[in-house]
Design a binder for this molecule. Sequence first.
Ligand code: PLP
Length: 390
Amino acid sequence: MSVYLNNGATTWPKPVCVPEAINQFILGRGANLARGSSSGRDIDTLDLVTTTRQKLARFFGGFRKADPRYVTFTGNVTESLNIVMKGYLRSGHHAVTTSMEHNSVMRPLRRLEAGGVRLTMLECDSRGLLDPGDLLALLERKQVDLFVFSHASNVCGTIQPLAEIASICLKAGIPCVLDSAQTAGVCPIDVESLGLSACCFTGHKGMMGPPGIGGVVWEPEFAAKVFPLIEGGTGSFSDDERHPEKMPDRFEAGTPNLPGIAGLSAAVDWIFETGIDSISEREKRLGKRFFEGVEGTPGLELYGLPAEGERLPVFAMNFTGIDNGTAAMELSDRWGIETRPGLHCAPRAHRTLGSYPSGALRISVGYFNTEQEIDIAIEAVRTIAKEHQA
Ligand SMILES: Cc1ncc(COP(=O)(O)O)c(C=O)c1O
């Protein structure tokens, strides 16, 4: 038996409608986007892409009556963050982020820093939480051009106070860019009412879609200030050798991941039908069961907030007497439990939590986990802690 507890890496399994939609696209439609003779298949494909943009505009709150043109498709949130940050920030700009970021935020920022962008990192506390007062104080003292951060930590599940942070940025007139990798599909995010400049998402985690599809939901005036990083064929304005300024073409060039869009579209339908609240309630319940089952175990150190805190069911831990890589192997070999050890592409987050350089073992719960699986994981974690403490 296998127990999948690595949903922070990618959710699995997917709702069955997702592989079905991908299959249907490849077998039935299979046409490229805006690169045909307006056959039925061409129109079906255009319809799929347009409808999915509309759904995503609704899913994320959307702008100007959920204008689907301001939804850009990318391959994943990493690409989205690169498009936004490298397209907006210039030498001499000042970008601010937190000490809990994934390398998808950190590495593009370090590249930009090498090119003359000033970078400030706000330190989060040892539970991974940002104090919005620190951001406010910085904005009062310094000129800032962009604030970018992850809604929730992929290491320990801590959820940042998004509404408060977004409101501070809005009042200061600073573009606020969100990495929603861990929260989209699990926490409601209304991009317009929060006043975000760009919300970057990935389709394969809480959104339940396949890997290889992600995107950006833009605030229109901000989008107009971002230089397009990738230019090329769009199937539109083909008489012009310059890349179109118009949305959605401005940030999309080359053939999109159409099977991925088909899968994501079905996944978003599934989330609408199931309800974000009931998805989140179920995940929280399973997470609480796990947390309470292992909390206080001698020889086990847990990082992040307690079960009742603003957190996702993503748990980082270390054992006395066994390194987290070996513990992950034991969980896999003896109980069939799939987890992720190490640094989780977020070394500074581990420094913040006190688990650098060895990292931690991450157990991340998903909607399709069962109580029985959680109980197996509790028993396994307690057993490893006990055996290695001696
Ligand atoms: C917070 C966070 N940001 C960014 C990413 C990168 O996601 P992707 O590989 O889909 O681009 C992840 C993936 O683990 C993540 O958890």
